[in-house]
Design a protein around this ligand. Structure first.
Ligand code: GDP
Ligand code: GDP
Length: 439
């Protein structure tokens, strides 16, 4: 499972700036937390040897509950979720009493702490760093998040603190092969995730809710259907929500991100009776960015009249244009309709995501695409595309060699994507194209 790194600190020290530098995404997923003045943001960083979840814990505003209360709440949450705490302080403010009390909380957790002294641009770095040495934390790093300085070093320092990835060599855990197609079932609270999983499993297997696991990790549920093996990766529903921190959070973003990361195919469940929320779109955007295959399941299709169905389908068509390659299925988890179609879409998406491609065929297809339509000239010269070879699966990755490829416009990239998608009949998976210049 993806390890979790939390950014903690007062407001305005630069946590969100650092968050953006680490995740390089436009949209963060936001936790649905009552009683917290600033939302926590979640994203995935790929800057290190292995990906990890970044949580921006927001910060205390102090206006609602008083400084102490807010600090304690934020910090406790961060501690409970994280494998590593990154404590961000402001070089320009110097060491403040509030910093010292936050650090005390962090220390008490026994979890590893890295101090990041941000905004060292334009200040006397040596004297500032000496100032913060009073914390007595061995790893105290200078940073200018706004200028992307010190970010790589932070990531390099973070790596050794992250717990080992136990996924593949746990004794007694089925091998990836035995797990079959790994499917994450994600969606907002009440979309019907647990109902769907129970429906797929059949009533006699509801017991699954007591499968052990740490509170944070998603649960894996084996499933066999039509002679095929699957492992459903459940983010929330089936397991009882035991812990206090979990009960607070209606939408466990960390589990959602971890499930998507561990899965090959993501089924995003949408409640047909609710409008498509920004959170749904952000989630879909995240699935695509992570390169996972995607099936959109519109749940609670029962009981809608034909007018409502038409409205829903039209709205989905409009807003999901950016993922129009993904299959949309209409289901009722409660009544069990659409299950066969859903699982068929999962199998097809998986097959597309893991399709074999050969260099010769990719190159031939590239030539055809190039003949049909060439990239627009750049200062009198056309970008050249010479040959292609496969670069991996899930997502299918195509590496194209040529010249001036950095001038290739997004529209042309999409044209190529669609061309390859048609050639290989890929449904339900994003496709990645990497251009490389030179021979
Ligand atoms: P947060 O409240 O801790 O999330 O802080 P933000 O990331 O919102 O940053 C607060 C302010 O500090 C913003 O105006 C940022 O542009 C600025 N800031 C963030 N990082 C740096 C930095 O490295 N150098 C300088 N000079 N300003 C920064
Ligand atoms: P989760 O939070 O995503 O796990 O959602 P649940 O599975 O707990 O479902 C939330 C509510 O929606 C429950 O009351 C379910 O009975 C109901 N529900 C789930 N699927 C359907 C469906 O297909 N049709 C209808 N009408 N209700 C459903």
């Amino acid at each position: 499972m993806l390890p979790v790194v939390a950014l903690v600190g007062r407001p305005n020290v630069g946590k969100s700036t650092l968050f953006n530098a680490l995740t390089r995404t436009r949209d963060a997923l936001v936790a649905d937390m009552p009683g917290v003045t600033r939302d926590r943001h979640y994203g995935v960083s790929h800057l290190g040897e292995r990906p990890f979840v970044v949580v921006d814990t927001g910060g205390l505003s102090g206006s609602d509950e008083g400084l102490e209360g807010m600090t304690a709440k934020q910090v406790r949450l961060a501690i409970s979720e994280a494998d590593l705490l990154v404590f961000v302080v402001d070089a320009r403010d110097g060491l403040l009493p509030l910093d010292a009390s936050i650090l005390n909380e962090l220390r008490r957790s026994g979890k590893p702490v890295i101090v990041v002294v941000n905004k060292t641009d334009g200040v006397d770095e040596v004297s500032v760093m000496a100032d913060f040495a009073a914390f007595g934390i061995a790893e105290t790093l200078p940073m200018s998040a706004a200028h992307n300085r010190g970010v790589d070093r932070l990531v390099a320092n973070a790596m050794p603190h992250l717990p080992p990835d136990e996924d593949e060599d746990l004794i007694g855990r089925p091998s990836l092969e035995e797990q079959g197609i790994r499917v994450a079932i994600v969606g907002r609270p009440n979309a019907g995730k647990s109902t769907l999983i129970n429906r797929l499993l059949g009533e006699d297997r509801l017991i699954v809710s007591d499968v052990a696991g740490t509170t944070r990790d998603p649960i894996r549920v084996p499933l066999e259907r039509d002679g095929k093996r699957f492992t459903l990766i459940d983010t929330a529903g089936v397991r009882r929500r035991a812990r206090v921190e979990e009960a607070l959070e209606k939408f466990s973003v960390i589990k959602t991100l971890q499930s998507i990361s561990a899965a090959q195919v993501t089924v995003i469940l949408i409640d047909a009776r609710e409008n498509l929320a920004d959170q749904d779109l952000t989630l879909i955007g995240h699935v695509i960015e992570e390169g996972r295959a995607l099936v959109v399941a519109v749940n609670k299709w029962d009981g809608l009249d034909s007018y409502q169905r038409d409205q829903t389908m039209a709205a989905l068509g409009r807003r999901l244009q950016f993922a129009d390659w993904a299959k949309t299925v209409f289901i009722s988890a409660l009544h069990g309709s659409g299950m066969r179609e859903l699982m068929r879409a999962v199998v097809r998406a998986h097959a597309s995501a893991t399709k074999e491609m050969t260099s010769s065929d990719l190159t031939r297809t590239l030539e055809k695409a190039y003949e049909g339509y060439q990239p627009p000239l750049v200062r009198g010269h056309a970008p050249k595309l010479r040959y292609a070879h496969p670069g991996g699966n899930n997502p299918p990755t195509i590496i194209i060699h040529g010249s001036r490829t950095k001038h290739i416009a997004p529209a042309y990239r999409r044209y190529l994507e669609n061309f390859f998608r048609k050639r290989y009949k890929m449904e339900g998976t994003p496709i990645r194209i990497d251009f490389r210049d030179g021979e």
